[in-house]
Design a protein. Structure first.
Length: 141
């Protein structure tokens, strides 16, 4: 599902799209990937098998790298990834409880919080990109 891009006009600047927070989403996703990799390397702290953790780190990094205002589909993926990570790590954090001395619990709590922030900014970005896309590309009659 790829949206058609009008290549006859110059690339839209992200500042011209209201509510575009792709840079924040990108930074938060890369931060989450780094936290996951470090936490799994030093503490085996995540509620995932090692190959799944590595795959998730790769998916987050690739999604962050593909995030841009002209590809609407990536913003849907970002919302799904953020919601999934919020659910996964939030569930692990609430199940294990919070303890400052336990790196696993602290890591899951940090990843859940990063997930919530990413979900918020990814949703705002999706809304802004969709509204901008609808306004600039009216449906054909």
């Amino acid at each position: 599902m790829e949206d058609e891009i009008d290549r006859s006009t110059p690339m839209r600047l992200r500042r011209s799209i209201p509510h575009y927070h792709g840079d924040a989403v990108r930074s938060l996703m890369v931060s989450a990937a780094v936290v996951m990799l470090v936490a799994e390397t030093f503490w085996r702290a995540l509620p995932l098998a090692v190959p799944v953790t590595i795959a998730l780190v790769i998916v987050f990094a690739v999604a962050a790298g593909l995030t841009n205002p002209n590809a609407v589909w990536i913003h849907y993926l970002n919302v799904l990834l953020a919601a999934g990570s919020t659910f996964l790590f939030g569930n692990a954090a609430l199940t294990e409880g919070f303890a400052l001395h336990d790196p696993g619990a602290l890591t899951n709590e940090i990843l859940a919080l990063i997930g919530i922030l990413t979900l918020y900014f990814a949703t705002k970005t999706l809304r802004g990109v969709r509204l901008f896309h609808v306004r600039t590309h009216p449906p054909a009659e």
